[in-house]
Design a binder for this molecule. Structure first.
Ligand code: ZN
Length: 207
């Protein structure tokens, strides 16, 4: 089927775009269990209510192999205890599918973890393009004091597997405020590494 071209105008201030086919948002209550400090999470929910943490507007032409989805994600600044706001995070259900993020506003991190548990951090500022290679678990973190807005694009048939992070009790590292207004990595003490067999199964699936 021959599709018509589409254009979208990105609004870095509002954190959205025209020409979208969908929109979704995640509030604090959607992110239960993700944060290190359950007490701080409950306290924030109690005092501030069910805050909007991030929202996504996207254009999805379908799920055809070789096609592409794109959109804009906007994340509020904030912390739960010492831990910065983060997205749920995932690996692509077809794990060999990559993704691109393109910074528009604010200051954030792409937090990546390989199946074997190696961590990589990519800083994202306006005009930064971040390449998320195939097979990497990825999540965004807003470590700045304003909205983090990024454009993203990924193959339409990628799919998202959110369970992989849950199964290991989170990612190996957490991103928290340090003592000088910046951020640092700390170990996630509950982290359960994937077995060699699990890693091999992931890597082999689409090799
Ligand atoms: Zn992705």
């Amino acid at each position: 089927m021959l599709r018509e071209p589409v254009s979208s105008i990105v609004d870095p201030d509002a954190g959205g775009m025209s020409g979208r086919t969908g929109r979704y948002e995640k509030r604090l209550s959607d992110l239960v269990g993700l944060y290190e400090n359950a007490e701080a999470y409950e306290a924030l929910l109690g005092s501030e209510g069910d805050l909007l943490v991030y929202d996504v507007e996207d254009f999805r032409p379908g799920e055809h192999t070789g096609d592409i989805n794109y959109g804009v994600t906007r994340m509020s600044p904030g912390r739960v205890g010492r831990e910065f706001y983060l997205t749920r995070g995932h690996i692509h259900a077809k794990a060999d599918r990559p993704e691109i993020y393109f910074g528009q506003r604010g200051y954030g991190l792409m937090h990546l973890e390989s199946p074997a548990g190696e961590t990589r951090i990519v800083e994202i500022k306006p005009q930064t393009i971040c390449y998320v290679p195939p097979f990497w678990i990825h999540r965004s973190v807003n470590v700045g004091d304003e909205d983090l807005v990024m454009v993203f694009a990924y193959p339409s048939d990628s799919g998202q597997d959110y369970g992989i992070i849950e199964a290991s009790n989170g990612m190996r590292h957490r991103i928290v405020a340090d003592n000088s207004g910046g951020w640092e990595l700390v170990d996630n003490t509950a982290y359960k590494p994937r077995t060699d067999q699990q890693v091999a199964a992931l890597m082999k699936q689409y090799a």
